[in-house]
Design a protein around this ligand. Structure first.
Ligand code: SF4
Length: 417
């Protein structure tokens, strides 16, 4: 979504965007930096374009986003061929960097959100909507507050105007993101305002589905669960990364809340038929077999609708970097694989229960190679959850009732009624 804002800003300034490298004068690389793997990937791409600059194919190389915010100096020292760096949310400075002959840093460092228009690069019927950036939590494994600062929310009026614009351009599904969506508004309104925002967005004509990602377990209230359950447009789906379930691990991770709080809120989602996606970290420092067994049993018992499991990575600059009892890589891998294989079985069992049911699905695109329409049910977010292969009288971009005929771990097959 930040890249879409950069593209919007370029167009606002009458800067021509091209997909043809031969035509390009300047290259802007928008980076992610909160994991070492993301930084390495950014570095590889930067190096690739440095070669192109040396070969005279491009004239100017600008690096934007999280990496310059985290460590702009070392980036400039290591890659002196970079012409300019701009930080996260420093979109206005990209234009300065493009127009200026000066080399170097164009960083404001104030984490201010800028509000240029967007140029969508997703499919035309859905759009991600970032309602805030930064985070007030301080999870021991996470670099994000260091890169993006504390929570800073966009004003409701601006978000509503943006979604009205998206709806006018044919967007039907809005996918709400932030580092912590549940805390939205606490910085500018003095209290969390996610529910009032959802109410505003539901009123917008043309928006049919609203999906909430990245909630924080300690902040999900019974009111939010009940709002989602009774809403006509907010789909029965929530993304709530819990990271672990053992109380000692949660405390060491510096997470707010304990097992009993997480269980209580997950129970509420279950009885209200709201699909849950969660994320877990295995191999955090101090995670012994006992703590891991507790996590494994919890996954078996809770039967999450969708689950992502990641090995803990010792990220320099985080609180957990210097913690004792770091877990061996082989152990992390074994644990990751164990959780993954439990979840595979759960996913298959769950998907089999859909056979014979009629479920609304949004039709994303036609896969020419496979000769089939591909969509998602209301229980699935794009790119990370299940897909549904749809036959019958299908219209791309529409939400249609689909009868599910067969199921695999991550793919459903169905027919439009
Ligand atoms: S809540 Fe998320 S973004 Fe915030 S510190 Fe924890 S992991 Fe990082």
């Amino acid at each position: 979504m930040d890249s879409e804002r950069i593209l919007g800003k370029l167009l606002e300034n009458n800067i021509h965007i091209t997909l043809n490298l031969e035509e390009a004068h300047s290259i802007i690389i928008n980076t992610c930096a909160f994991l070492q793997s993301a930084r390495s990937e950014s570095e590889e791409i930067i190096q690739e374009f440095i070669e192109k600059k040396k070969a005279g194919i491009i004239k100017k190389l600008i690096i934007s986003g999280c990496y310059p915010s985290l460590d702009g100096n070392s980036l400039m020292n290591r890659f002196p061929e970079i012409d300019a760096i701009t930080g996260t949310n420093d979109i206005n400075h990209i234009i300065d960097a493009l127009k200026s002959d000066r080399k170097g840093r164009f960083l404001s460092g104030d984490f201010e959100l800028v509000l240029p228009s967007r140029f969508l690069v997703t499919l035309p019927h859905y759009a991600y909507l970032k309602i805030a950036d930064g985070c007030n939590h301080r999870c021991a494994f996470c670099l994000i507050p260091k890169i993006k600062g504390n929570l800073h929310s966009l004003e409701r009026e601006f978000i509503v105007r943006e979604v009205e614009g998206l709806a006018n351009n044919g967007v039907k599904e809005i996918i709400i993101t932030a580092q912590d969506t549940t805390n939205y508004g606490a910085d500018i309104y003095g209290k969390p305002m996610l529910i009032p925002l959802l109410k505003d967005l539901e009123k917008i004509k043309g928006i049919e589905w609203i999906r909430v990602l990245y909630t924080y377990p300690g902040e999900v209230t019974e009111g939010l669960v009940s709002y989602i359950k009774n809403s006509e447009k907010v789909v029965p789906y929530i993304d709530m990364p819990i990271q672990h379930i053992n109380d000692r691990m949660l405390k060491n991770m510096n997470r707010v809340g304990q097992r009993k709080d997480i269980e209580k809120i997950l129970e509420l989602f279950k009885v209200n038929n709201i699909a849950v996606r969660t994320t877990l970290i295995v191999g955090f420092p101090g995670e012994g077999e006992k703590e891991f067994e507790e996590l494994k049993e919890f996954v078996e018992k809770m039967k999450f609708d969708h689950l992502g499991v990641f090995k803990y990575f010792r990220e320099e600059g985080t609180k957990s970097y210097n913690m004792e009892n770091q877990v061996e890589e082989a152990v992390k891998e074994r644990r990751e694989e164990a959780i993954r294989s439990i979840q595979e079985k759960i996913s298959l069992e769950r998907n089999n229960t859909f056979i014979g049911q009629t479920i609304p699905a949004i039709i994303d695109y036609y896969d020419e190679k496979e000769g089939v329409f591909v969509g998602r049910t209301k229980y699935d977010a794009p790119e990370i959850d299940n897909i549904v292969l749809v036959k019958g009288d299908v219209i791309v971009g529409e939400i249609q009732d689909v009868v599910i005929e067969s199921a695999k771990e991550h793919v459903l097959t169905g027919r439009v009624l």
